[in-house]
Ligand binder design. Structure first.
Ligand code: TXA
Ligand code: MG
Length: 352
């Protein structure tokens, strides 16, 4: 399959109306279009067409029991596809359009294929102007997982999508880098109006707690126990794991440096904060350094993480070290992605 690549400036989408119209026609006729959102790039198809869902699973190499999020242009469009309640509208008022996905009981208008056979469906109303216009012109919900091959980090720029999806989709819309860089926050809306956090993201637990009672699914921070059923099918699959082992280090910078020195690795990569770069470079001159962002700027770290992991994966490191993020605020999202990429390998380092 040839993949058409079009560049759209998110700040001047009017000048690319024809390209977005063409993309919408592809969606309407059952094809696939990768497009930018404020979180990560999505791999979109018609959310009401079972064949489009099958094509998405096949393009990603994703198991077909791992359901897709449907993307809508306006929060009230959720009525067509789900049974909403008052809490949904409170969430919508505060966080939509934006990086929040809400799982609710599905209506029959969403085919089983799109929802991976579940009786619920995940709904998100993205704020990215290209995503919004594409959904509007398609005149149907767009089912879209992240536009990466299953097992690689979510794409945060068009070249990541091109690396993974060229030849597998009809069109890729290059809208530049995604602002947030981590996937949306996912909550399940329970019948009593309370929420269950399934995947942390830019919208934080405390922001959500201002709207409704919320608890956190164990799998957000823990491994699933043997025999445990995943509330969100995505939780049970092995997520992105770099080809070199990723080890999270929890401790003062001096301890981190001493620890890495003592290991005498041939080829190590170190993810560090901007604030620590000079000290790390001086003390570990043989290691490759990747800067996540300022220590106190979690949004900046989130924005860079997946891109760094992709870059590091292209080198054949013996090992990759990264600092263990805090679980506060957006830190919980970073923690959740990193702990999974590291297969829960955390080393606690304490000052003697
Ligand atoms: O930011 C995002 O959410 C991006 C952009 C493209 O919108 N999309 C995204 O989709 O991250 P995906 O498919 O890569 O991750 C969605 C997760 C999966 O882990 C899936 O198992 C879960 O959401 N999910 C989808 N529908 C669900 C449902 N009905 N119940 C529980 N979990 C669901
Ligand atoms: Mg994904």
């Amino acid at each position: 399959m040839t993949t058409e690549i079009v560049i759209v400036d998110p700040e001047k989408i009017e000048s690319s109306e024809n390209d977005i119209k063409n993309a919408a026609e592809i969606i309407k006729s059952g094809g696939l279009v990768a497009f930018p959102t404020e979180t990560v790039y999505g791999l979109g198809g018609d959310g009401t067409n079972p064949d489009a869902a099958r094509k998405i699973y096949s393009a990603k190499g994703r198991p077909s029991d791992n359901p897709l999020i449907i993307h809508i242009a306006n929060p009230s469009d959720a009525e067509k596809y789900t049974f909403t309640n008052e809490t949904y509208y409170k969430l919508a008022e505060r966080f939509m359009p934006g990086p929040l996905t809400v799982v609710m009981k599905a209506k029959d208008s969403v085919p089983k294929e799109t929802r991976g056979g579940l009786d619920t469906v995940a709904v998100r109303c993205p704020s990215h102007p290209v995503a919004h216009r594409l959904i509007e012109l398609s005149d149907r919900p767009i089912a879209a997982p992240s536009a990466n091959l299953s097992g690689s980090p979510s794409p945060t720029s068009a070249h990541h999508v091109i690396d993974d999806m060229q030849g597998r989709v009809d069109m890729i819309i290059d809208g530049g880098d995604c602002e947030i860089g981590l996937e949306s926050t996912i909550v399940k809306l329970e019948d009593d109006g309370s929420l269950l956090l399934l995947r942390p993201g830019r919208i934080t637990l405390s922001e959500l707690a201002c709207v409704a009672q919320i608890s956190v699914a164990d799998a957000v921070t823990d491994r699933l126990r043997e025999g445990e059923v995943a509330l969100s099918p995505g939780m049970k699959y092995r997520h992105y794991a770099p080809s070199a082992p990723l080890v999270l280090l929890d401790g003062e910078l001096s301890c981190v440096i001493e620890y890495i020195k003592s290991k005498k690795h041939e080829k190590a990569a170190i993810l560090c904060y901007t604030d620590d770069k000079i000290r790390v470079a001086e003390n570990l001159p043989d290691a490759d350094i990747y800067v996540l962002g300022a220590r106190d700027n979690i949004n900046e770290q989130a924005h860079h993480l997946f891109s760094i992991l992709r870059d590091a994966d292209k080198q054949s490191y013996d090992i990759i070290y990264a600092p263990l993020p805090s679980m506060d605020g957006v830190g919980l999202a970073l923690y959740n992605r990193m702990i999974r990429a590291a297969a829960h390998t955390v080393i606690k380092l304490r000052q003697e």
